[in-house]
Design a binder for this molecule. Structure first.
Ligand code: BT5
Length: 232
């Protein structure tokens, strides 16, 4: 992929900015902002985006909108972190964690055949007071700041590789998530709009759903607005 990077000082949300470019935008356009004033998580949640982090959105045009695409961003970030000596794991469906703290979240949105993949990664930024204990940054883990420019290039190259894998065979992406997650075999609590579900995570199915064993019954949790809670 030939990435074309647009760098902004401040924006509401790089995902919103990228969506405003559609349809007059080419695949491979990347929007990066130093700060976001209204960084978004899923379902209207807020994503804290102070200066020093990596806040970016990548415009893709996959042949079809496939929910398994959301894993591509998380796998790329997990690989990049590993290259920096940080042992990270993917929390289905869209987060990257280090131990019991969240370091990265992705938000993939679809708009008329385009997919906007937003990636937020705490790099050198401070963690806001209200997220202390829940979130962590690379700087905190490594004990020194990271060169944001080269880190961004690494994430983009890992993303390029995982997107290529996805285009060739999305099942390999699902395999990647299975390898990189700590959920399987553990008891998890899934929070859905219609309530809560507690069970043992047994597998991730070929279509990317999380399979839970709930009192001996297999329950399929499809990607959507689910939050998974786990005690490591
Ligand atoms: C996500 O949502 O994890 C998706 C985050 C995507 C952010 C990127 S940044 C570039 C692009 N532009 C955007 O506007 N968004 C994308 P969700 O699974 O809903 O998690 C949101 C929750 O994570 C919040 O409710 C907080 O608890 C927590 N959180 C917020 N900011 C955080 C941060 N900087 N680091 C770790 N956790 C955070």
């Amino acid at each position: 992929m030939k990435w074309r990077i647009i760098t902004l000082d401040e924006v509401d949300s790089t995902n919103e900015y990228a969506k405003r470019l559609i349809p007059n935008v080419e695949e491979g356009t990347v929007v990066i902002a130093r700060r976001q004033s209204s960084g978004k998580g899923r379902r209207g949640r807020t994503w804290a985006s102070p200066e020093g982090g990596l806040w970016m959105s990548v415009v893709l045009k996959p042949p079809e909108i496939d929910p398994r695409l959301v894993f591509v961003g998380a796998l790329a970030v997990a690989d990049t972190l590993e290259e920096f000596g940080i042992d990270a794991w993917v929390k289905w469906p869209n987060d990257v964690w280090v131990g019991e703290r969240k370091i990265s979240g992705t938000l993939t949105e679809a708009k008329i055949g385009f997919a906007i993949m937003g990636i937020g990664l705490n790099v050198n930024n401070d963690i806001p007071e209200e997220l202390k204990g829940y979130a962590v940054s690379m700087r905190e883990l490594l004990g020194e700041p990271v060169d944001l420019e080269s880190l961004t290039q690494r994430v983009l190259s890992d993303l390029d590789r995982w997107y290529g894998v996805f285009l060739e065979d999305p099942l390999i992406v699902v395999e990647g998530v299975k390898r990189k997650t700590l959920l399987l075999g553990r008891t998890v609590r899934v929070l859905r709009e219609d309530g809560e579900l507690v069970g043992r995570a047994i597998d991730i199915s070929d279509d990317g759903s999380l399979l839970l064993d709930v009192d001996g019954q297999t329950v399929k949790v499809v990607y959507g607005d689910v939050s998974v809670r786990i005690n490591l």
